[in-house]
Design a protein around this ligand. Sequence first.
Ligand code: ZN
Length: 190
Amino acid sequence: MIAVRGGRAAYHQGCEREKTIVALSYCLYIVPMDLERRQHFMRLALDEARQAFEEAETPVGAVVVFEDKVIGRGHNQTERLHDATAHAEMIALSAAFNYFGDWRLQDCTLFSTLEPCPMCAGAAVLSRIKTIVYGVTDPKFGACGSILDIPSEKRLNHHVEVIGGVMEAEVSELMKLFFQQVRKNKARIN
Ligand code: ZN
């Protein structure tokens, strides 16, 4: 509570003090906690990406989070399933739909190691998801700001907040390792 005693000036002083306290706690507590939380769930998405790597799939992993709980997870399975739609995000979203028995994911966050493609970004928008958090940008298929920007497309009737670059170094390292191996295997065959 702010003391109003002393009139308008004291009230404003109180307001300013409270604003400073709020700003300080935002800097010291809320922001790092948010960052930690993002990194925690990105680490779980990265575990999924590693799983894809072990299965010789392009190493992309995703998790869907609701109230700090993972309700869907998936990794890329396009090779194994011979299915161009078997992206990590699609699999994680499907699991989340099953969890709720509903296609609406309003208060959920989709964490993906790679910037979602047009299909996955579209699915996230259709599911009314709140936020997409991704690790590295995808200059070939990225649809969350790189090539297209589906989550912010004004003509669509739902918009999704996007946060990119979370644990970028770790994700990049895994992707680089994978493509190095692909090149080595190709060289061996040729
Ligand atoms: Zn995709």
